[in-house]
Design a protein around this ligand. Structure first.
Ligand SMILES: Cc1ncc(COP(=O)(O)O)c(C=O)c1O
Length: 418
């Protein structure tokens, strides 16, 4: 065993692994150029294997100091003066950083605010303002509930037709399905880049082109992509995108979301939650709303400054590691999970795509006993998540997850399956 094998794994669990699996995991850890970053994450007492970084990323140890020094520094030390000393610009300054490190977005197009749900609403409504004569919105039945619910609400509010694509639940939306759904009546298409259940990676460049050919706009949900796979929103001509920051961007529970609006579209959109902080001159306290220019118009209320702190540590780490290296490790980790499931988990079916190009950073496994198994695994410090009806989702956050941790976690799941 090498010293890159996580020191925190219980010896008895390591010893329980078959020798070939233990050695393969150790060799992968030893060859992993990102392995050294794992120690930068805060330790979790009793944790054996964290397989849910796609739901809530682990905190970096540096975040503890950042939060503590924030209390005494800009908050207690400067109080209200901090609004002029950085806080007012934080949503766009952090948005630019996020855009550069993780989204392939030039400055002035990304802002951090609200939650994904609220930004989905604002972005979708803003896009509809840019296509006022069209009354069809396209979405898919396998998208995350909040995406579907928000669009249902908008369709009812604006008397629009919501046209559903019904993709294969074990894959995702294809360009052919989008081509069949869009037409001269289509205003907007909302899709997730990476499917939250299957991990299928949609063909973002091809679909974006198809939507544009129909004269419509596309809004991408990047919740399962940002910080896990390289994105090139500018180069791919994406119109709008939203995403959360508590998964692979390790922003912490309830950290604010982000929205991207392409520079060329910013003059045509108008978002519906007209608050003072997104107005042209918030402190003029004027009689009527006039939107700020540029991406600031997407802001509504007071920026969530405290919630923006932790993601800065992860963005610094992602910047250092580089998104291509993160993607390479993510693909290796998900491939390793599939190999272990095939070899050692009898009766378990791999739902996620076997083609690494089409697979995000988690793997969905399927077995009738998984509801019970996940509950029991949590008690043993092995933490994947359960998705009905019988899915176990193994989330692999590349910078905080080791191959040996994955092997041990899956071996515990094998034992629990009986
Ligand atoms: C694809 C997708 N969209 C949206 C959300 C959540 O939205 P919110 O951050 O508003 O809770 C999730 C949460 O897991 C998600 O997976």
């Amino acid at each position: 065993m090498t010293d890159t094998v996580p020191a925190d794994l219980p010896a008895d669990l390591l010893a329980a692994l078959p020798a070939d699996l233990r050695e393969r995991a150790a060799a992968l850890d030893a060859a992993d150029p990102l392995a050294r970053h794992r120690d930068r994450f805060a330790r979790s007492e009793g944790l054996v294997a964290y397989l849910d970084g796609n739901s809530l990323g682990r905190p970096l140890a540096a975040t503890r100091d950042r939060l503590a020094s924030f209390v005494d520094g800009p908050w207690a030390g400067r109080l209200i003066r901090s609004w002029d000393e950085g806080w007012m610009d934080a949503p766009t300054e952090l948005g630019d950083l996020l855009g550069r490190v993780a989204l392939g977005a030039g400055p002035g197009q990304t802002v951090v605010a609200d939650s994904t749900t609220v930004l989905l609403y604002k972005a979708a409504r803003a896009a509809l303002e840019a296509r006022p004569d069209r009354r069809v919105v396209v979405a898919d039945t396998e998208n995350f509930p909040t995406d579907r619910f928000v669009l249902e609400g908008i369709a009812a509010e604006r008397d629009l037709e919501l046209r559903w694509i019904t993709p294969d639940p074990e894959a995702g939306v294809t360009p052919e399905e989008v081509a069949r759904a869009v037409g001269p009546d289509t205003a907007l298409v909302l899709l997730s880049h990476i499917a939250y259940k299957s991990a299928y990676v949609a063909d973002l460049p091809a679909i974006t082109r198809l939507v544009h050919d129909a004269g419509a706009l596309v809004l991408w949900d990047l919740c399962h992509s940002a910080g896990a796979v390289p994105l090139s929103l500018d180069a791919d001509g994406v119109d709008l995108a939203v995403g959360c920051t508590y998964k692979y961007l390790n922003g912490g529970p309830g950290s604010p979301a982000f929205v991207y609006v392409a520079a060329g579209l910013q003059d045509q959109v108008r978002q519906p939650v007209q608050g003072w902080m997104g107005s042209a001159d918030p402190f003029a306290m004027g009689p009527a709303y006039e939107p700020a220019s540029g991406i600031r118009q997407m802001i509504s209320g007071t920026p969530p400054i405290v919630g923006m702190l932790p993601m800065r540590d992860m963005l610094a780490l992602l910047d250092e590691a580089g998104m291509p290296a993160v993607r390479t490790k993510s693909t290796a980790l998900t491939g390793f999970v599939i190999d272990v499931a095939d070899a050692y988990l009898p009766g378990v079916r791999v739902v996620s795509p076997r083609d690494p190009e089409r697979r995000g950073s988690h793997v969905m496994l399927d077995h009738p006993d998984f509801r019970r198994v996940v509950a029991q695994a949590w008690e043993r410090g092995v933490v994947p998540d359960f998705r009905p009806p019988q899915g176990l989702r193994v989330g692999l956050s590349p910078l905080s997850t080791s191959f040996t941790e994955v092997a041990v976690g899956l071996w515990v799941i094998r034992e629990l399956l009986g």
